[in-house]
Design a protein around this ligand. Structure first.
Ligand SMILES: Cc1cc2nc3c(=O)[nH]c(=O)nc-3n(C[C@H](O)[C@H](O)[C@H](O)COP(=O)(O)OP(=O)(O)OC[C@H]3O[C@@H](n4cnc5c(N)ncnc54)[C@H](O)[C@@H]3O)c2cc1C
Length: 293
């Protein structure tokens, strides 16, 4: 099917984008188009105006910003995945992006569009939940910055006012905190075929002391009902050296915590995969954390 008729409104600055969103009623921003265009083709979205922000060069960057890596809203998945500051300091995010769809989607899809979309099966969400970056938005009332924890409200829902656009995020660099000797992280995704949306996914960050005991663990599970932060599992692994019994207990706690949308065998399968991928993610993050001690 073809999209319904719309007027194309190209803009080349953030100010012009905000002005266009105020001027045109029933307008949508167009970034990579990887979610919006399929929705238009199926007529689930039929905006009268498309405010095309792809030409805003000031939003197309990934920079080292001291204790954080700053990502412009129009940085593509590929640009972020390949950016040296991301590889060096937030490798977890680079690893996650490598598992999104395929090259055409990763070359077109942008950070801002993906975060605005907040698709519960998307790969960004678990990673962003445990990194908790600051998200900056600009709208008719100026600029505001909110932690991801407050920005993300639930499935397909974020704290974005009428007329606002996301401009950037600050991803905290993963460095060991003062009481830790090492830090490791990973993103593990289970999908039916390579490039599919996740059936279950787990992001993990583990910090260890110089004896190899876990001082801090952060976990997030995506794709299995609502995005889940399994705090019980995090507490279970803290203070341990993550032996097989602890891994099994953490997996059981995750299976308890997730709430799959599906009932019956499909839900049971997703629950089981959330547990299995928690074990795999914790093992890899722990190996990476203890590499240097
Ligand atoms: C075939 C296919 C497979 C995919 N597989 C995966 C996958 O495996 N994992 C995964 O995580 N994702 C997957 N995706 C989704 C894709 O990564 C994201 O949908 C896409 O990147 C959204 O970003 P975009 O830049 O294309 O946004 P667009 O489609 O342009 O916009 C999406 C929405 O965000 C709004 N928006 C865009 N930019 C901004 C901004 N700066 N501020 C505020 N609102 C904004 C738009 O108005 C629109 O409502 C897949 C997509 C396709 C087409």
């Amino acid at each position: 099917m073809y999209p319904s008729q719309f007027e194309h409104v190209p803009v080349d600055s953030v100010d012009d984008a905000v002005a266009a969103l105020q001027e045109y009623e029933d307008a949508e921003l167009l970034a990579g188009g990887q979610s919006l265009v399929p929705l238009q083709k199926t007529r689930f979205a039929s905006p009268d105006y498309l405010v095309d922000i792809t030409g805003i060069e000031e939003l197309q960057y990934v920079d080292d910003a001291g204790d954080a890596v700053e990502v412009g809203a129009l940085a593509s998945h590929t640009q972020i995945q390949r950016a040296q500051p991301v590889k060096d300091h937030v490798y977890l995010f680079s690893e996650c992006i490598g598992q999104i769809a395929d090259w055409p989607v990763r070359n077109q899809g942008t950070f801002g569009g993906t975060v605005a979309e907040a698709d519960p099966s998307g790969d960004y969400l678990p990673v962003l939940q445990i990194l908790d970056p600051e998200i900056t938005l600009v709208g008719p009332d100026g600029e505001r910055t909110v932690p991801f924890e407050e920005f993300y409200l639930g499935m397909f829902t974020v704290d974005m006012e009428e007329g606002e656009l996301i401009t950037r995020a600050r991803l905290p660099k993963l460095t060991p905190s003062s009481d830790a000797a090492g830090i490791g992280s990973t993103y593990k995704k289970h999908a039916e075929r390579s490039g599919d949306y996740a059936l279950a996914s787990v992001a993990a960050i583990v910090e260890v002391d110089d004896a190899g005991d876990v001082t801090d663990a952060r976990l997030s599970v995506g794709g299995v009902g609502p995005l889940t932060r399994p705090e019980e599992a995090e507490s279970l692994v803290e203070g341990t050296d993550l032996d097989d019994d602890v891994l099994a207990e953490a997996a059981a706690a995750v299976r308890e915590a997730v709430l799959p949308d599906e009932e019956g065998p499909e839900g049971d399968y997703k629950e089981a995969m959330a547990g299995e991928f928690t074990e795999r993610a914790l093992e890899t993050a722990y190996e990476r954390a203890t590499e240097s001690i």
